[in-house]
Design a protein around this ligand. Structure first.
Ligand SMILES: O=C(O)CCC(=O)N[C@@H](CCC(=O)O)C(=O)O
Ligand code: ZN
Length: 332
């Protein structure tokens, strides 16, 4: 296997490869751009016009998606998987991956769309670097742009594999992209209705890519992800990479649950109290009238929405950040 196929190993030991560019026997070009960043260019005559960005490790302890990307990179480097798409693989927060932590000082996934400019430290610099790498990758006109940012969640979930679809003024959510996710085993999608500060929001709203955050089960350490079945997603990624995806049929959303954001619960102060046990799963339904959280100045979060469910409840975020999302069922 080409040495650049060991992107994950290189990243985990913090080493630069000696050779930055390598070619497989059939002419696929692998180019190490920066720590945790590998660009793959199809052999001449094979390029099908898709630019596909695959990222993982934006949170360093979310290892199942990192292992999935590692398998794809290795298969490409061995010449077993022959890309027809241009690819950019990004491992988001290498230092956090080495330490097995979600982040060191700042959550990188709250530092996009320029937020890194207000911050300092290694994670703000890394978010700026990831923006530059993604912008350079998606700079070519006339090509299809697609980004999957792969994550796992802190809690268990009543819906194990789901996606968050960013929002941008004047753009409609794509039915074809939702159908594609359905084929990949995604059971639910949260349709955002305002711009965000996450990596997928950046590539969606600033770079014009179709972009999603994918949540793929519960976060576990490296080597302990056998319980997560990523087979259908892996199959989709393979056919996107080698250009053998079957043409999409009509419809294709059967069984896909759609949700809208009703309210984001923002933690304003150290007085913030969340009235949910750590064992409560994502997508748990909350009763009408339930007191979900309290904060300084008598702020109270009481559930008023019919069919409300909670995702990503987390009282340990920094003040000013999202401590949970109340979602409700919706339709396209
Ligand atoms: O389990 C949790 O509380 C967080 C899991 C996670 O990292 N989710 C992403 C979602 C990004 C998005 O909103 O698109 C995050 O919080 O960054
Ligand atoms: Zn994450």
């Amino acid at each position: 296997m080409l040495a650049l196929g060991k992107l994950l190993d290189l990243t985990l030991v913090g080493r630069e490869p000696t050779e930055k560019i390598q070619l497989t026997a059939d002419g696929t070009r692998l180019h190490w751009l920066a720590e945790g960043a590998l660009e793959v260019t199809p052999a001449s005559g094979r390029d099908n016009g898709l630019d596909l960005l695959l990222s993982a490790g934006i949170h360093g302890n979310e290892t199942a998606p990192i292992e999935l990307l590692d398998r794809l990179v290795q298969r490409i480097a061995r010449g077993e998987l022959k890309p027809a798409a241009r690819l950019l693989f990004l491992l988001g927060n290498p230092e956090a991956m080495r330490r097995g932590e979600r982040y060191l000082e700042q959550d990188i996934n709250r530092l996009f769309c320029g937020r890194h400019e207000d911050g300092s430290g290694s994670e703000a610099l890394r978010a700026a670097e990831l923006e530059r790498l993604a912008a350079a990758f998606f700079a070519r006109d006339g090509r299809q742009r697609l980004h999957y940012d792969l994550h796992t969640a802190i809690r268990g979930s009543k819906i194990e594999q789901f996606a968050l679809y960013p929002w941008s003024e004047g753009r409609e959510h794509s039915r074809a992209e939702l159908a594609r996710l359905r084929r990949a085993g995604i059971d639910a999608v949260l349709l955002q209705s305002k711009t965000g500060i996450t990596f997928s929001s950046y590539t969606y709203s600033r770079l014009g890519a179709e972009a999603f955050t994918l949540e793929l089960g519960k976060a576990r350490p490296f080597g302990q992800n056998q319980v997560v079945n990523l087979g259908r997603l892996e199959a989709l990624l393979q056919v996107l990479v080698d250009g053998t995806e079957a043409p999409a049929g009509e419809g294709g959303l059967d069984g896909l649950q759609l949700f809208a954001v009703s309210r984001e619960v923002i933690k304003h102060s150290d007085h913030f109290r969340l009235h949910l046990d750590d064992a409560v799963d994502n997508f748990t339904e909350l009763d009408h009238g339930y007191l979900l959280a309290e904060d300084i100045g008598g702020t109270r979060w009481i559930v008023e929405e019919k069919g409300a469910r909670i995702i990503f409840p987390n009282p340990r975020v920094r003040n000013g950040l999202r401590a949970g999302i109340l979602v409700v069922p919706t339709k396209l």
